[in-house]
Design a protein around this ligand. Structure first.
Ligand SMILES: [Zn+2]
Length: 462
């Protein structure tokens, strides 16, 4: 009998995914562990395909096709999606993790996350937990000496190489040499991304970016928004970051500063179309992705108080500490609304134009930052907002699946194709017709293992 052979030569230990684009798989019927049948979105290309059958062997998808092309072997457990839709497991490209959120993400269909800032000690704790989304991470971010991160505790900010480096969430880098040292240490820890923050000096920023590329790491950057420190404390704008060689610009940050430096007034409507065009063109030309996290800027700009339709709302209500924390944030947002609205609108305007020009948009929530921006639930609100700002539902779903996986450097994740990792969700209805259907999760499968089933959803302890 033909042995089950995967033509994926290497599986990276750190990320659990491969950069190979040649994904083909052979299987023997007795090696199939699970089968699913139903409507498929984001298999190959953008079509919505009815009556597709998927066969899984362990952690990989080994057959995708019609019921005839992928016949169901005897005795294999089978899930019929019925009127529901099968999609790749969702990827949230911008989260701030704590151990107790891990289940919230899984319950919301988020099977991979990119943690955007944490101490190495915290990352190690998270990695040691078995039931969790796939974890991509930056570890501590790099910022200038005046970093706002000191507000979260002065002991969390240290110089690279300091004794407390392991428990720090920010590395204070003032020179190119310190930046290189910090990046090399993060590479040695296994970080796949380096996060460059808003108060780095331009030459230090460039040195960090150059070293990260030399180490084979990717670069994410948060340059501040115009309702935070983006027009006051930030040194580097979005155009400079693009020139420095970053891969993703978080929150569409740094565009307000670039807009201002080009002569625009980011606090005045309507925005100057020619300047927006210039910023969008530069982004698209360089192939830089924007992870706009509209869900967080929106949560301050609008009086969002509705959470009951978000997955993981039940988990939030069961967690009194988190619930009251969100309540306090909601009370504190009054008075921030005007600048938050402008900030959100500038981000959304840039995103819309970048998308129209064929640029790369990735989905991230920034959860739990913001108001009622739930871990897990936030990505579903992000999808809704991306549709509101010009993406079709299927394009929005791509930002949290295939495109997100490409941003992570994983060509065998975020898509339902033969050889890909078996992260699959089933939602009720068809999210291509109504993006809010993405919230109606019935099944969540990660790495070929069922982590949420309709029966579990009824259980009181969840
Ligand atoms: Zn963040």
């Amino acid at each position: 009998m033909t042995k089950f052979i995967l033509f994926i030569a290497f599986v990276l230990l750190v990320t659990g995914c491969a950069a190979s684009t040649k994904l083909t798989a052979r299987y023997a019927p007795d090696e199939v562990t699970l089968a699913l049948t139903g409507r498929l979105v984001i298999g190959i290309g953008n079509q919505v395909l009815e009556q597709q059958q998927l066969l899984l062997a362990g952690e990989r998808i080994v057959c995708v096709g019609s019921v005839k092309q992928c016949p169901l072997p005897d005795g294999v457990p089978h899930i019929d999606a019925g009127d529901g839709t099968m999609l790749p497991g969702l990827i949230d490209l911008h989260v701030h993790l704590r151990a107790h959120y891990l289940d919230w993400f899984l319950a919301a269909g988020v099977t991979s996350v990119r943690d955007a800032n944490n101490a190495m000690s915290q990352i190690e704790t998270l990695l040691a937990i078995e039931k969790r989304p796939r974890l991509f991470w930056t570890g501590p971010l790099l910022d200038g000496s005046n970093t706002v991160m000191r507000h979260f505790g002065a002991d969390g900010v240290v110089k690279p190489g300091a004794e407390q480096q392991h428990t720090a969430w920010t590395l204070d880098v003032a020179t190119a040499a310190e930046a290189e040292q910090a990046v090399r240490w993060l590479a040695s820890q296994g970080a796949s991304f380096v996060k460059l923050y808003e108060q780095l000096e331009p030459e230090v920023y460039q040195a960090a970016a150059t070293e990260a590329r030399a180490q084979g790491m990717r670069i994410m950057t948060d340059l501040g928004m115009h309702n935070t420190r983006g027009l006051t404390a930030a040194k580097v704008d979005a155009l400079q970051a693009i020139t420095a060689g970053v891969h993703t610009i978080e929150h569409a940050s740094g565009y307000a500063l670039a807009y201002q430096r080009l002569g625009g007034d980011p606090n005045r409507l309507p925005f100057d179309e020619a300047l927006i065009e210039q910023l969008a063109q530069a982004t698209v030309r360089a192939g830089v992705a924007i992870v706009p996290t509209l869900s967080v800027s929106y949560s301050f700009a609008d009086d969002v108080d509705q959470i009951d339709d978000l997955p993981a709302a039940r988990q939030l209500k069961a967690n009194q500490e988190m619930f009251s924390w969100y309540q306090q944030t909601a009370q504190g947002r009054a008075g921030h609304n005007e600048s938050s609205k402008l900030s959100h609108l500038l981000a959304a305007t840039v995103v819309k134009r970048v998308h129209q020009l064929g640029g790369i948009i990735g989905a991230g929530s920034d959860a739990p930052a913001g108001v009622w921006n739930l871990p897990g639930g936030g990505i579903h609100r992000e999808l809704e907002l991306l549709v509101r700002h010009g993406l079709t539902p299927i394009e929005a779903l791509e930002t949290a699946t295939r495109t997100a996986a490409d941003i992570l450097g994983c060509q065998d994740l975020g898509r339902i194709t033969e050889g890909a990792l078996a992260d699959i969700i089933i939602v009720a209805g068809n999210p291509v017709l109504d993006i809010k259907q993405s919230r109606q999760l019935s099944w969540v499968i990660k790495n070929g293992v069922i982590v949420k089933a309709p029966a579990f959803a009824e259980s009181p302890e969840e």
